[in-house]
Design a binder for this molecule. Structure first.
Ligand SMILES: Cc1ncc(COP(=O)(O)O)c(C=O)c1O
Length: 475
């Protein structure tokens, strides 16, 4: 049989040690490998309920889930957090409405704006100079934005970030609620926060109105399994379901829904075992990794940082993040979640244990020892320090001139950067690394933008170089 995809995946799962999504890590959590997934793959047959008109077993399972997370209600998503983000924004905004959008949001947020025709007011997350990472949204930025644009319907922010940094959601929710606005938190990377006190508090418990989580990213469930929680009663549940129906499949997977239900039950009845098998060794290896001499572990207090993420900076070590990822895979079969020029991200989940975590720790420490002995290699700090001054030139709060929908349906032209002043940008432009958004879709290009683009041309993602001249897509 010629089955290239199937064969490659079977081979991959035999040998590799994934420190990436999905959270079940090739089915190695609990009794997952022994579950009969085909028995769970059914449809809306008699007695099996219906996700969009739930009143039986699906409703009961979703109620158990909302109890677990402390939400007012929870809806299963079978098309990832993407569907939750689309459905949430479609529920709070109509065409022409304004909404606060953190610049570091996932691209599904812009897709939602294209579908709705809503107008973004961009808000800038703080930049953490010590780590060279985008960090939290400050509640002061939200206040400033509400003063300037009191008509906004609400805000969407990302917490935790991909690297694991969480915002002070409680304070942000209070500021928005004082003006009767809705807070949506993209907590795609935080579905595991309720599992143990070692993790930050979920936004659901901090007053966010809508919280979206990809269960598949950080918990042992199948890819695309996700949750949409109503943390408060501010947003109408049936409106949400109506909009989810527009963006999700009409055949929601019972395998995904029932596994989310099963894993929630399994975790609840095995909390102590999980503490012993995963949390304790995780804390131990974090302590060991903090002693590395060339590679640097990202360390922050657990109220503001997800300890499950192992983020390793390579600045000054003599190798970049890609090379570190390559060493880990070639020598130890360890596959990272993400590799960037200055860091790598390794995801640990409940499926990890003393053995997998120690394997990772030993691998990283051996590479670190080797780098330490090889002192002749030049250090490389070029990524971390420049960003603060750059960001101070980008507005903290800025309205998009056109809605992403208008930009999407207009014809954009690749234009020489010197001719882009005051034109509407038809693309996202990022400073990379570390991945700092500089201009977003529908923003008007200023002199400051052009100067930044020229100065940092080699580090900007999305621009095109034609005949060695920088070009940008504009209207
Ligand atoms: C911050 C963030 N939000 C939303 C999403 C979308 O999640 P999903 O893949 O579950 O649709 C992602 C996916 O990478 C993400 O990183």
């Amino acid at each position: 049989m010629k089955t290239p995809l199937y064969n490659a995946l079977m081979e991959y799962s035999k040998h590799k040690k994934p420190f990436h999504m999905p959270g079940h890590k090739l089915g190695t959590f609990g009794d997952m490998k022994h579950l009969d997934l085909t028995a769970l793959d059914v449809t809306e047959a008699n007695g099996l309920d219906n996700l969009y008109e739930a009143e039986g077993i699906i409703k009961e399972a979703m109620q158990e889930m909302s109890r677990f997370y402390g939400a007012q209600s929870t809806t299963f998503l079978t098309n990832g957090s993407t569907a939750g983000i689309l459905g949430s924004l479609m529920t709070i905004c109509k065409p022409g409405d304004k909404v606060l959008i953190a610049r570091n949001c996932h691209h599904s947020v812009w897709h939602a704006l294209i579908l709705i025709g809503a107008v973004p007011i961009y808000i800038q997350p703080e930049y953490n100079e010590d780590f060279g990472l985008m960090g939290v949204i400050a509640k002061e930025t939200i206040s400033q934005a509400l003063d300037l644009y009191p008509e906004v319907k609400g805000a969407i922010i990302v917490s935790p970030t991909y690297e694991g940094i969480v915002s002070e959601v409680k304070g942000i929710a209070e500021v928005l609620h004082e003006q009767d606005k809705v807070l949506i938190v993209d907590e795609a990377h935080g579905a595991h926060f309720v599992v143990d006190e070692a993790f930050p508090e979920s936004s659901v418990l901090q007053g966010a109105d809508l919280v979206i989580q990809s269960m598949h990213k950080t918990l042992p469930t199948l890819t695309q399994s996700a949750l949409l929680h109503r943390g408060t009663n501010k947003v109408n549940e049936s409106e949400l379901i109506k909009n989810l129906r527009l963006v999700q499949t009409s055949s929601p997977s019972y395998v995904m829904m029932s596994l989310m239900d099963y894993m929630r039950g399994y975790i609840e009845s095995h909390r102590n075992e999980i503490k012993e098998s995963y949390i304790v060794p995780l804390e131990k290896i974090r302590e060991e990794l903090s002693k590395m001499r060339k590679l640097k572990l990202l360390e922050l207090p657990s109220v503001m940082y997800d300890q499950s993420k192992i983020v390793i900076f390579t600045n000054g070590s003599g190798i970049d993040g890609y090379t570190l990822g390559q060493y880990l895979e070639e020598r130890y079969d360890i596959v990272a979640e993400a590799m960037l020029p200055h860091l790598i991200i390794l995801m640990t989940t409940l499926a990890d244990n003393e053995q997998t975590l120690t394997h990772l720790e030993k691998a990283l420490r051996a590479i670190d020892d080797e780098l330490f002995l090889n002192q002749s290699i030049a250090s490389d700090d070029r990524y971390s320090k420049l960003i603060g001054p750059i960001l101070s030139q980008v507005d903290n709060v800025k309205k998009g001139e056109l809605s992403p929908r208008e930009v999407y349906y207009k014809e954009a032209r690749l234009t020489l950067i010197d001719r882009c002043l005051d034109r509407i940008c038809a693309q996202q432009i990022m400073l990379y690394p570390p991945g700092v958004p500089i201009i977003c879709l529908g923003e008007r290009i200023s002199k400051v933008h052009i100067d930044l683009i020229k100065q940092y041309r080699d580090r900007l993602k999305g621009l095109e170089i034609v005949d060695s001249q920088i070009h940008c897509k504009v209207l």
